[in-house]
Design a protein around this ligand. Structure first.
Ligand code: ZN
Length: 186
């Protein structure tokens, strides 16, 4: 289930074609785009377009070498597996921010409380608990003019995904040497 959440997020973000490309490309470094196209059963041009999508997000890079036999440059691609977690985290957090804005616009308050009145938490704390009451486990509701409204399940889901990715990162960073693991800015 753990690894498959990352896969689900990748598939949701990129769609099937790029997702399958990532699966193949992450098998080895300096993967020739011809071999890659062959493995994916796609045209080279089509494969290249998919690769450029990853490249534009700094998730893949290439080197090129002239093939003396055919006289062309061949591009060799490498997927940056080590920064995918941070990439997904950034994406999830920005999604969560826009959901939060939407909820704030609709409601009045940035506080979330338990229907059983155990706790009242601000947004960040509520997110830490995936919008469930730390006391009784009840789903938290956003306060709206004295009334409470149930949160969208989407928000709960994203908070859970973010917590999962952060856990995963903690574990990965622990085992990693000083690679450029954080992909630049946060
Ligand atoms: Zn409660």
């Amino acid at each position: 289930m753990k690894k498959s959440l990352v896969n689900d997020l990748l598939k949701g973000y990129f769609g099937d074609d790029v997702f399958n490309l990532i699966g193949e490309l992450s098998k080895k470094k300096d993967y020739s785009e011809f071999k890659l196209a062959e493995a994916l059963k796609k045209e080279v041009n089509e494969t290249r377009n998919l690769l450029y999508k990853l490249h534009s997000l700094n998730l893949a890079s290439f080197t090129r070498k002239k093939d003396n036999k055919i006289g062309w440059y061949i591009y060799y691609w490498t997927f940056h597996d080590e920064i995918i977690n941070d990439f997904l985290l950034r994406h999830e957090k920005s999604q969560l921010e826009s959901l939060k804005e939407r909820f704030l616009k609709e409601g009045k308050s940035d506080f979330y409380s338990c229907l059983n009145k155990c706790v009242r938490l601000d947004f960040d704390k509520a997110c830490d608990f995936s919008f469930h009451c730390p006391e009784c486990g009840e789903l938290l509701g956003q306060e709206v003019e004295g009334d409470e409204r149930r949160l969208g399940s989407e928000m709960v889901k994203i908070c859970e995904e973010i917590r999962f990715l952060e856990e995963l990162r903690k574990r990965t960073v622990g085992t990693q040497t000083n690679q450029a693991a954080d992909g630049g800015k946060r």
